[in-house]
Design a protein around this ligand. Sequence first.
Ligand SMILES: [Zn+2]
Length: 139
Amino acid sequence: MIPFRKAFMFSSSSWIIPSRGARLPSRCTRTFEDICDCSYCRNYVREIRATYGDVAAYLDKIGIEIEKPFEVIPIGPDNETMFYSGAQYVVIGAADDFMETSIGTVRIVETDSHPVTDIQEEHFVIELSPIYLRWNHEE
Ligand SMILES: [Zn+2]
């Protein structure tokens, strides 16, 4: 097996954002075409890159935009901070090539606990956690 890091270094085209995914309206799930419009998800999209630049850079390397999570798991705001227990992203490719890692305070692991992706190609889901963002509720 090619280690995950080497896999995307040598063949970044095989690590792409999926063009489709499940849409589960009762959850904070996005597809490539559509993003959840709830205030928690919009806050995530607005704040995530500025807050977790190193994580964004890591995802950029594997062809994933941090602003386009497959699913966000919001827990709730506490004063000016919004806590998300996790954010999930679909990665096209073989999970065997993925190595779990930590970037700063954020753990990045493969997870089987996610909505149905409805993607036929070989893929897996990674989860970032925990995520604490500025709670910008004054839009
Ligand atoms: Zn949402």
